[in-house]
Design a protein around this ligand. Structure first.
Ligand SMILES: [Zn+2]
Length: 229
């Protein structure tokens, strides 16, 4: 608090508890100096539920004794402790390979929470923050979380996916983007070959590497429609 804020605080206290009023000009000045010395690091208000007047009102309602600077400081420390208790450090935006910047950001956030300028972050933000900005830029460039080299390696283990990606890469329509009218495979699912046994029941239900031709035609028509629209 600034000196004039301390003076305002003392005037406020005087209105609620006249015992604290100093009528002598010298005594009043000393009182302001004493309170300022002890409470210079306690803010008057913050944006997050701290107002020194609330602390004063609470004390006067709680206690029969005239309020002392220590009573205000104690409530401020309790407020700080409570906020830090609820705060879990969010992952810094700084590059983790730069430990100095990482630590500075972590401590800066903690200090801001303690000083009441920032709301505590009450749970780890791993689920809400999304990837860090540079990861996001890289993802946009590659287009996938899987690097191209690994994708090529994986191709033989997921043939239908590889066919699909090859088609899209060559600018052909993606057959899996539409429902298959032949085998009823849903969007994004590979076609399945159903073999019907002599008794009329399905015998096999294996996924096909290449989609049914009708599905490819349908996807082509859908893409042509989209291009002309
Ligand atoms: Zn099909």
């Amino acid at each position: 608090m600034e000196r004039r804020e301390v003076a305002a605080v003392l005037a406020y206290i005087g209105r609620l508890d006249p015992r604290t009023i100093r009528t002598d000009a010298g005594e009043a000045r000393d009182q302001i100096a004493q309170w300022y010395e002890l409470l210079s690091d306690v803010p008057f208000t913050t944006d997050h539920h701290w107002d020194v007047r609330d602390a004063i009102r609470a004390h006067i309602l709680d206690s029969p004794y005239p309020i002392l600077p220590a009573d205000v400081a104690r409530r401020w420390r309790r407020y700080r402790r409570d906020r830090l208790h609820r705060h879990t450090d969010p992952t810094p935006v700084a590059n983790p390979d730069d430990p100095v910047a990482w630590r500075t950001e972590l401590l800066g956030t903690r200090h801001a929470v303690a000083a009441g300028t920032l709301a505590p972050s009450t749970h780890r933000q791993i689920t809400s923050g999304g990837p860090s900005p540079d990861v996001e830029a890289r993802l946009r460039a590659i287009g996938s979380c899987i690097p191209p080299a690994v994708r090529t390696e994986l191709a033989r283990y997921r043939p239908s996916r590889a066919v699909r990606e090859a088609a899209v890469a060559q600018g052909h329509p993606d057959p899996l983007s539409v429902r298959c009218p032949w085998c009823q495979a849903g969007e994004g699912e590979p076609c399945r070959s159903r073999r019907i046994g002599l008794d009329g029941h399905a015998r096999g239900n294996a996924p096909r590497v290449t989609p049914h031709p009708t599905r490819a035609d349908l996807a082509g028509a859908a893409q042509a429609r989209k291009e002309t629209a």
